[in-house]
Design a protein around this ligand. Structure first.
Ligand code: F0G
Length: 358
């Protein structure tokens, strides 16, 4: 096997060790995350007005089905290195699924605090299957994160939310991969924004690659929040965030400053999209390209549609959209909003043909 191939097989730490806070002494806890597909999307590009070179970074193809794994491999490896025994996080679901998996892999205990009743079924199933102590907090994500902050770091406990800098270090590797695949940064990079760690991490990654001479350009960062949970757009925390995109139902993002810096320094834009726009984009990605994402991921696509409508993206632009989580995470949303529903037929050929309309 070539060096390149073995590096890829080893996950983001081995692949990008020189640009991560690790050393030869760091025990690498990996599930071979990263190296996710960057899929060219001409049919979707046409559906959003045409004239764009559109790429989808399919982060749902990570081991636990979301981008969180890139950060979790670094956070859990560093926790193990310093001798922590327990990893703790607050989560709308994906962070808890990832923490539970990487903690299991490392032989560490995992405790997750999730908002009661507001975590998609697939994510809850993941945390439970990996044996995480799963605390359903009577409150929203912001309340759960405040509790985790109070638990704080101790010798035994490592907080693996994105307030842990190791998380953002790992997540920045997605920007490296996009530059590696395209040969340079895209003109625009769209992504959904919740706790605002990922937009912060991508901007860090793009800047570092640029500084290293690995890319010549920098993208404009284009963040999108759900209209019912848009503190960065509205300029103030939202006490009762609400959206169909449960992953980004967050009213007071931890990385507020990082997101602002990414937007301002890149000449980017932050906007908000309604649940109706999110659901339309959710269906469009699946129906035009066969790419099934969770609703929060569709917020970025809804943002692209909005930007095209508003004339913010000139024809000929190279556009990357991060699709943060797999559609299978949230089967309830899919079945509820799918464009078609199953049809029951008798088990005979005539009935099947009739149902097919042939
Ligand atoms: N998309 C998905 C699928 C997410 O799970 C999240 C965040 C985001 C987008 C937003 O990313 O927070 O870095 O701005 N999920 C966190 C969690 C909050 O607990 O799983 P962000």
């Amino acid at each position: 096997m070539s060096q390149e191939k073995s590096n890829r097989a080893g996950g983001v730490i081995r692949r990008y060790a020189a640009l991560l806070p690790v050393s030869g002494a760091t025990p690498v806890v990996t599930l071979a995350e990263g190296d996710t597909p960057l899929v060219r999307a001409p049919r979707l590009a046409a559906a959003v007005g045409g004239g764009l070179d559109l790429y989808l970074k399919c982060e749902g193809l990570n081991p636990t089905g979301s981008f969180k794994d890139r950060g979790m491999t670094v956070a859990v490896s560093k926790a193990l290195e310093r001798g922590a025994r327990v990893v703790v996080c607050a989560s709308t679901g994906n962070t808890s699924a990832s923490a539970a998996a990487y903690a299991a892999r490392a032989g560490l205990r995992c405790v997750v605090l999730i908002p009661e009743g507001n975590v998609a079924l697939g994510k809850l199933a993941q945390a439970l299957m990996c044996g995480a102590t799963t605390l359903q907090v009577r409150g929203n994500f912001d309340v759960a994160l405040a509790l985790v902050r109070q638990l704080g770091e101790s010798d035994a406990v490592e907080v693996v939310n994105s307030i842990n800098p190791a998380r953002l270090e790992g997540q920045k590797t997605a920007a490296f991969e996009i530059c590696d695949a395209l040969g340079d940064a895209p003109d625009y990079h769209f992504l959904p924004v919740g706790n605002a760690g990922n937009i912060t991490a991508y901007w860090k990654g793009y800047r570092e690659y640029h500084a290293e001479g690995q890319s010549d350009t920098l993208p404009r960062m284009m963040g999108f929040q759900a209209a019912g949970a848009a503190p960065l757009v509205d300029g103030a925390p939202v006490a009762r965030p609400d959206t169909v995109a449960s992953a980004i139902r967050i009213g007071n993002p931890a990385s507020w400053q990082g997101a602002r810096a990414a937007l301002d320094e890149s000449g980017g834009h932050i906007g908000k999209v309604t649940d109706a726009e999110i659901l339309e984009a959710y269906k469009l990605a699946a129906s035009t390209e066969g790419v099934f994402v969770e609703p929060a991921s569709a917020a970025a696509l809804a943002g692209l549609i909005q930007c095209r409508r508003e004339g913010r993206i000139e024809a000929g632009s190279i556009v990357a959209v991060t699709l943060t989580g797999h559609g299978l995470k949230d089967p309830d949303a899919a079945v509820q909003h799918a464009p078609v529903q199953p049809v029951i037929v008798e088990a005979d050929l005539a009935a099947v043909k009739a149902a097919m309309g042939i």
